[in-house]
Write a protein that binds this ligand. Structure first.
Ligand SMILES: NC(=O)c1ccc[n+]([C@@H]2O[C@H](COP(=O)([O-])OP(=O)(O)OC[C@H]3O[C@@H](n4cnc5c(N)ncnc54)[C@H](O)[C@@H]3O)[C@@H](O)[C@H]2O)c1
Length: 257
């Protein structure tokens, strides 16, 4: 049996860790990248104890050569690359009038440029291989709907949805599928920061923003990393071979498209 190989960026904590864990359970050899070395060391130890085959590489997704090195590291260590998850991303929560050039450039570099670099690096290897390659991007409900205080983030995630379609069209001839997952409200460290920024702006209590955003979720709870792991597992598997260019909402029932 050929063991398939998956790369997960921002895979050392939050949703990315949930995704990596699920792909490890599915039998993928894992290459996890992150900017945070301590998260990487802790996650690698935990995953090795659980029996997953995993290597880690510190890198910044907004730097093109870091993404190229990540793809080469997967190839050099495991001999192939089947799945690439462009998961790493950052939020930005500010009133429209306070958006700065620096903040725009940072969010677009980490949330959008990273997706371009990741797709290029993964496709370069996948197109030389047999079989169907899967590139899977982190989009968001904010890639389908735009939210106040989240203008830059929403624009960035809309850009991810656009890149997903364009890349799916260009790389179809190389047997590469490109799709995105669009989570809703998951109580990761990202949402801790969103909650704190909204509390500061609106004079809310800690936890109030999270509560307000999640109150209407039809499934009655916030999202868990495992919920995102489930959809990525599907998109990484042969069960989704006939799906490409899609940005699939996995939000418990919040945004309807
Ligand atoms: N949490 C949510 O509710 C939610 C909802 C919709 C979409 N998303 C998207 O899911 C993805 C993961 O979100 P999360 O909630 O797990 O975030 P998080 O902040 O909890 O974790 C992000 C991880 O990425 C790493 N990271 C940050 N910048 C990086 C960079 N430049 N290079 C490499 N790694 C970097 C961090 O160290 C961390 O381990 C993001 O793209 C986010 O936009 C999250």
């Amino acid at each position: 049996m050929v063991h398939k190989v998956a790369v997960v960026t921002g895979g050392a904590s939050g949703l990315g860790k949930g995704i990596a864990e699920r792909l490890g359970k599915d039998g993928f050899k894992l290459v996890i990248s992150d900017v945070n070395q301590k998260f990487l060391d802790d996650t690698q130890k935990e995953f090795i104890n659980k029996g997953y085959e995993v290597i880690t590489l510190k890198g910044d997704v907004s730097i093109q050569k870091d993404q190229q090195l990540l793809a080469q590291t997967a190839l050099n260590n495991f001999g192939r690359l089947d799945v690439w998850v462009n998961n790493a991303g950052i939020e930005s929560v500010v009133p429209f009038s306070d958006i700065t050039q620096e903040q725009l450039e940072k969010v677009f570099a980490i949330d959008v440029f990273s997706v371009v670099y990741g797709i290029q690096a993964a496709a370069e290897i996948m197109k030389t291989q047999d079989g169907i390659g899967k590139i899977i991007n982190a989009c968001s409900i904010a890639g389908h709907e735009s939210y106040e205080m989240l203008a830059t983030y929403s624009a960035a995630k809309h850009a991810v949805r656009s890149l997903t379609v364009a890349a799916a069209k260009e790389y179809a001839k190389h047997n590469i599928r490109v799709n995105s997952y669009c989570p809703g409200v998951a109580a990761t460290s990202m949402w801790d920061r969103v909650d704190a920024a909204m509390a500061k702006e609106y004079g809310w209590q800690p936890g109030e923003a999270l509560q307000k955003f999640s109150a209407g979720i039809l499934c009655g709870r916030t999202e868990e990393p495992a919920d995102v792991g489930n959809i990525v597992s599907f998109l990484a598997s042969s069960d989704s071979d006939y799906i490409t260019g899609q940005s699939i909402l996995v939000d418990g029932g919040m945004v309807f498209r």
